[in-house]
Design a protein around this ligand. Structure first.
Ligand code: GLV
Length: 317
C-alpha cells in the first residue's frame, strides 16, 4: 500500500476512502502544519494530499523526500504549490477541476447580490432593531439590465455567466483566448482588460492566480471602471491590490466589493471591515457537503490513478 500524508481533516466518508486505498496518515485534529512539520511527516510517504492552506513553495519542494511522487491538491486552484519546482523533481501535481464549478458559481452570485443589494448594511440594521422601512432605505443596484464583466471565462466563469444571464445581466468577458460561439452563448469577448473593465457595472473575478493576474486590479486599472462599479472576487486574493481598492472605495469610484477570497487569509486588510457596503465571506466557494465530498474523492482518485497507471488526467505540471 502506498503511504499518503493527508495534510488536513477531510469529511469522514472521504477519510474512510483514503484509508481503504492507502496507508493514510490523517490529521484528525486538523492542525495547520508548518512547512517543517509537513516535511517531517512526509518522510517515508509516497504522496501528499495537500490543501490550499499548505504553502508548498520551491524551498519546501527541494527538501521533500525522494519517495514523494505526487502532490494531489484538494482544490482547483494551485497557487499554493510551486508546480514548476515540483516538475523539476518529477513530482506530479494534480488538482480537482469541474466538481466545484457550480458551488463556486453560486457563491459568485451571492457576492454579486450581496454587494449590489447592500446585504451587509441590511443585516447590520436588522441586528440594531431600529430600522424603519422608507422609500429610499438602503437603495442598492439592480442586477437586471446591468453589465457583468467576467474576468476569466473558464468553467467557473462560464457557470457564473449562465446564472447571471438568468438574472437579466448582460455578459462581457476577457479570457486568454476567445471562446467558440457555441460556448460563448452571446457573451461579448473583450480584447483587453481596459475594454472589459470600462463596460463592467459589476465585475466577477474568476481567473486563476498567476504572475500575469497578480494585482490586476490596481490603481491604474481601477480608473477604467464606470464610476460606481461593483467588484467581486471568487478566485484568489492575489488579483487585487488592496490599498488601491480601499482608496477607490473611499473615493466612491467603486461602490461596493464582494469578496470570498482576499490576500493573507484569514487576516483581512483592516480598512475593508470599515466599508459598510463590503460583503465579505471566509472562502466558502466550494463549501457544500456535495462539493467538498466530490473534491476530496477526486483528490484521492488522482493519487490512486497515478500510482495504478503512472498517469492522471488532472496533472497540471
Ligand atoms: C478553492 O478555492 C479551490 O481552489 O478549490
Amino acid at each position: 500500500m502506498k503511504k499518503v500524508l493527508v495534510t488536513r481533516k477531510l469529511l469522514r466518508s472521504c477519510e474512510d476512502k483514503a484509508s481503504k486505498l492507502f496507508d493514510a496518515n490523517l490529521n484528525s485534529n486538523d492542525e495547520l502544519y508548518s512547512q517543517n512539520k509537513l516535511l517531517k511527516l512526509s518522510e517515508g510517504c509516497d504522496g501528499i494530499l495537500s490543501s490550499l492552506t499548505d504553502k508548498i513553495d520551491e524551498e519546501t519542494i527541494k527538501k521533500l523526500p525522494d519517495t514523494i511522487k505526487i502532490i494531489s491538491n484538494f482544490a482547483v486552484g494551485f497557487g499554493n504549490i510551486d508546480v514548476e519546482a515540483a516538475r523539476k523533481r518529477n513530482i506530479a501535481v494534480t488538482n480537482t477541476p469541474d466538481v466545484l464549478t457550480d458551488a463556486t458559481a453560486e457563491i459568485a452570485m451571492l457576492l454579486i447580490l450581496g454587494a449590489c443589494r447592500r446585504a451587509n448594511e441590511g443585516i447590520n440594521w436588522v441586528k440594531k432593531e431600529n430600522w424603519k422601512w422608507s422609500s429610499d432605505f438602503l437603495i442598492g443596484k439592480q442586477l437586471t439590465g446591468s453589465r457583468l464583466g467576467i474576468l476569466g471565462m473558464g468553467r467557473i466563469g462560464r457557470a457564473v455567466a449562465k446564472l447571471a444571464k438568468s438574472f437579466g445581466m448582460e455578459i462581457h468577458y476577457r479570457n486568454r483566448s476567445r471562446l467558440k460561439p457555441e460556448i460563448e452563448e452571446g457573451a461579448k469577448f473583450h480584447e483587453s482588460i481596459k475594454s472589459l473593465f470600462s463596460v463592467s457595472d459589476v465585475l466577477s473575478i474568476c481567473c486563476p492566480a498567476t504572475k500575469e493576474t497578480k494585482d490586476i486590479i490596481n490603481k491604474d486599472t481601477l480608473e477604467y471602471f464606470p464610476t460606481g462599479a461593483i467588484i467581486t472576487n471568487v478566485a484568489r486574493g492575489d488579483m487585487i491590490d488592496d490599498e488601491a481598492m480601499v482608496q477607490a472605495l473611499n473615493s466612491r469610484k467603486i461602490y461596493a466589493i464582494g469578496l470570498d477570497v482576499y490576500k493573507g487569509e484569514p487576516r483581512i486588510h483592516s480598512e475593508y471591515l470599515k466599508q459598510p457596503t463590503a460583503f465579505i465571506l471566509p472562502h466558502l466557494g466550494s463549501a457544500t457537503k456535495k462539493t467538498r465530498t466530490a473534491m476530496a474523492d477526486l483528490a484521492i482518485d488522482n493519487i490512486d490513478e497515478y500510482f495504478s497507471t503512472g498517469k492522471c488526467k488532472n496533472i497540471i505540471n
